[in-house]
Design a protein around this ligand. Structure first.
Ligand SMILES: [Zn+2]
Length: 277
């Protein structure tokens, strides 16, 4: 049996359960993970896509004990089920909202917003909001303090590289938000897609190194090709990534170029990116 059975609660600790939505795909892995914290007064993190069977499963599992629905961000595979689950349970919606850049869930329009390190405490758990802009500017991770388990949404995914889509996504912010993870004492990462990740700090350091290595590939390609458009850089910088993913990779490439611009190392002149001496 798959470790991601759709519609079933998989226990990850005495207080955290995972229910995976049936929206598997190249960008979503086995599907979006919804996390349930607590048994008496339950918090749900990331209700997921508005798929009827997933919404019905969540409602059946929580019964009348769901009190809060948190979202890590408002991409369409993470928050659209919130409205229906809130309507059925009376749970409060919590999460930060940004202007719709064409990638946000238009149904998630009203929620209590969160500040960094804001905590929800119940008799069973403490859930700490860790603001992590980068993948998208309104991204929040949630730390289940008793388990030292960090629910990472799309800040860190199991087994694949997170896409950064400017302008709501920002590579410099993303790397900074990864570095901030190292300030927290963690035992596991619980990603929005894929399985629990052990050795969180090693994983975070690996991800930072991976991004900086890609950034070096971008500056090396600019040095080699001279002033050129993003489309000419794409196959050189992502020669290790399947061509079917290049459309998405182009967004992360733009994010890298914008970071180099912010760092004063590259600039856009007309349609051509060029290194700054
Ligand atoms: Zn996302």
């Amino acid at each position: 049996m798959s470790s991601f059975p759709y519609g079933e609660a998989v226990a990850l600790s005495s207080r955290v359960r995972r229910v995976t939505a049936p929206n598997s795909g190249p960008m979503t892995g086995p599907g979006t993970n919804s996390y349930l914290i607590g048994k008496e007064r339950i918090a749900l993190v990331d209700p997921g896509p508005a798929i009827d069977s997933h919404i019905a499963a969540l409602i059946a599992i929580v019964g009348d004990r769901l009190k809060w629905i948190f979202v890590t961000h408002t991409h369409r595979d993470h928050s659209p089920a919130a409205k229906a689950v809130a309507a059925a349970t009376g749970a409060e919606l919590v999460g930060n909202i940004i202007e719709n850049d064409g990638f946000q869930d238009p149904s998630f329009t009203e929620a209590r917003s969160l500040a960094n390190d804001e905590c929800l405490k119940t008799d069973e758990f403490t859930l700490r909001a860790v603001l992590t802009p980068g993948h998208v500017s309104n991204h929040v991770c949630y730390l289940v303090e008793e388990d030292r388990m960090l629910i990472t949404g799309d800040h860190i995914m199991g087994g694949s590289t997170v896409v950064i889509i400017p302008p709501a996504g920002d590579m410099a912010d993303y790397i900074h938000s990864l570095e901030r993870m190292l300030d927290y004492d963690l035992s596991h990462l619980a990603p929005g897609h894929g399985d629990l990740i052990d050795a969180p700090h090693a994983e975070v350091k690996h991800l930072i190194a991976h991004r900086l290595k890609r950034e070096r590939k971008v500056s090396d390609a600019l040095a080699k090709l001279g002033p050129c458009p993003l489309s000419a850089l794409l196959p050189v910088v992502y020669d290790d990534v399947a061509e079917s993913l290049h459309q998405m990779a182009a967004k992360s490439l733009l994010a890298h170029l914008l970071k180099l611009d912010t760092d004063g190392r590259a600039k856009l002149v007309g349609d051509n990116w060029t290194l700054v001496d």
